[in-house]
Design a protein around this ligand. Structure first.
Ligand SMILES: Cc1ncc(CO)c(N)n1
Length: 221
């Protein structure tokens, strides 16, 4: 069993809640109110700023050039690619990048981003990448799942779904999986297993609470 499969199996119910959240199903069938999606996406923009910072921390925590380049590429993938999706979608609602950046972070956004940064600050590169894994590998799973069930044609969320189901993002997630296995082989010890599983489970729960935040916004319409 790969390390990632082990993490998923050790947090099976948390992982299922995250990947199959009602917020994502409502994107797939197009029933999610746009205001809820907007709320989510603005928070996600703030989230990505801090996740880019977490990859910068991974550069700092790296022991060799290969890991540094790898982390730098992860940072660029967020700053130069993924955030463009948010900027484009938000522009269609009249929101500028400056307005996005000045939005107030929700408690869920603060909790998740602080958790990952704190895990990286006090831990090593492996702990940090375990904290980052639900984000990148999870969204690739969600993207693929939604692309398979999304209502056609003219789903209002197809741009989002296509981004995460698309080959560029899928490729990024495969690289993240390979990186995780490699770091595990180099830095894991049996005594660390509980610590690493806990980090993975906590980060997965924080992903679910991020969907919950968007989902709650859809319930108050
Ligand atoms: C909350 C969250 N998790 C994961 C991703 C994927 O990068 C994202 N954009 N937002």
């Amino acid at each position: 069993m790969s390390f990632f499969q082990h993490l998923k199996a050790s947090a099976a119910s948390e992982w299922r809640d995250y990947i199959h959240h009602p917020f994502t199903d409502a994107m797939a069938d197009g029933s999610l109110p746009q205001a809820a999606f907007r709320h989510y996406l603005v928070q996600d923009y703030l989230f990505l700023i801090e996740f880019a910072r977490a990859y910068a921390l991974a550069v700092y925590k790296s022991h060799d050039l290969a890991d540094m380049r790898d982390a730098a590429a992860g940072m660029s993938a967020i700053l130069d690619v993924e955030m463009k999706l948010h900027v484009t979608l938000c522009a269609s609602w009249g929101l500028t990048p400056a307005e996005l950046e000045q939005s107030q972070a929700a408690p869920e956004t603060l909790a998740y981003t602080r958790y990952v940064l704190d895990t990286g600050m006090r831990g090593d590169l492996l702990a940090l990448h375990v904290a980052l894994a639900p984000c990148i590998i999870g969204y690739a799973e969600v993207g693929k799942r939604l692309a398979a069930i999304a209502s056609e044609p003219a789903n209002p969320y197809s741009v989002w779904i296509d981004e995460y189901a698309g080959s560029a993002y899928q490729d990024l997630a495969s690289k993240a999986s390979a990186r995780l296995e490699n770091l595990h082989a180099r830095y894991a010890t049996p005594a660390r297993d509980m610590e690493l599983v806990r980090i993975f489970r906590d980060a997965t729960r924080l992903e679910t609470s991020f969907w919950e935040m968007g989902w709650r916004a859809s319930q108050v319409q």
